[in-house]
Design a protein around this ligand. Structure first.
Ligand code: CO8
Length: 257
């Protein structure tokens, strides 16, 4: 598929997707959705890729769903086409996806960043769910994921007032894993992704699946799931290699990458 709203490239074993609608501050319309899903699923299926980075520009990761596309929609249109339900496919990607966020991550942009496995923020990043100012509410997971990330009080305040959060506050409350200088964002995100991509891919994918269980089940069920997957890892030759390499004081050469 030819891409018009994103740029797609590989850097070593990392797949890099860059949103590229500068005139609309990377607002997410149906074309962007289609192209991102196409690119991310292709990387997921590509044996040469071990991790994925999703980023935008210095000014905007994405300033939300495209208001101009949504403005005239009727209820019946939104309902019958199950508007934006396609983003669910993004969350079914099995390899790690890192959001590298600079500038605005608002509305659907904030929600897309939260669909990734973790967020690295530039020091100029701004997060928010301003949908209330448009007479609506978040519709791509904001009321649910933001609440799980930052707790009810802050999520409620942000969704009800539309207040934006800067990078420092986002790190303090656990929305982002860390903050880096804006000029170093892509290099940092690629470095983290490259590190992940050097490990055993099945171990990485199982780890992602297990951490995500923490959001979907009880602690007892999650712990049982973790232990079962941990047991299963003894079937991987990468487990033998990783532990043998430690004992032999050499670096591991994982085969399943
Ligand atoms: N949609 C469409 N176009 C946008 C959007 C957007 N979300 N954001 C910015 N743009 C466009 C502007 O219209 C403008 O275009 P033009 O030059 O043609 O007028 C261009 O981008 C540049 O924007 P500004 O001139 O406004 O730039 P500023 O630097 O002055 O301001 C802001 C930057 C503060 C980011 C401002 O653009 C803004 O407030 N944008 C809207 C933010 C917003 O409200 N986002 C939430 C959108 S709603 C949403 O995401 C719902 C998600 C759930 C959908 C699920 C459906 C099931």
């Amino acid at each position: 598929m030819a891409h018009e709203t994103i740029q797609v490239e590989t850097r070593g074993r990392v797949g890099l997707i860059t949103l590229n609608r500068p005139k609309a501050l990377n607002a997410l319309n149906s074309q962007v959705l289609e192209e991102i899903i196409d690119a991310v699923e292709a990387f997921d299926a590509n044996a040469k890729v071990g991790a994925i980075v999703l980023t935008g520009s210095q000014k905007a990761f994405a300033a939300g769903a495209d208001i101009k596309e949504m403005q005239a929609k009727t209820y019946i249109e939104a309902y019958m086409e199950d508007y934006f339900s396609g983003w669910e496919r993004f969350t079914r990607v099995r390899k790690p996806v890192i959001a590298a966020v600079a500038g605005y991550a608002l509305g659907g942009g904030c929600e897309l960043a939260m669909m990734c496995d973790f967020i690295i923020a530039a020091d100029n990043a701004k997060f928010g769910q301003p949908e209330i100012t448009l007479g609506v509410m978040p519709g791509m997971g904001g009321t649910q994921r933001l609440t799980r990330f930052v707790g009810k009080s802050k999520a409620m305040e942000m969704c009800l007032t539309g207040r934006l959060m800067d990078a420092e506050e986002a790190e303090r409350c656990g929305l982002v894993s860390r903050v880096v200088p804006a000029g170093e964002l892509i290099e940092e995100a690629l470095e983290v992704a490259s590190k992940i991509a050097e490990f055993s891919l099945p171990a990485v994918m199982m780890t992602k699946e297990a951490v995500n269980r923490a959001y979907e089940t009880t602690l007892a069920e999650g712990l049982r799931y973790e232990r079962r997957v941990f047991h299963a890892m003894f079937a991987l030759d990468d487990q033998k290699e990783g532990m043998t390499a430690f004992i032999e004081k050499r670096s591991a050469q994982f085969r399943n990458r």
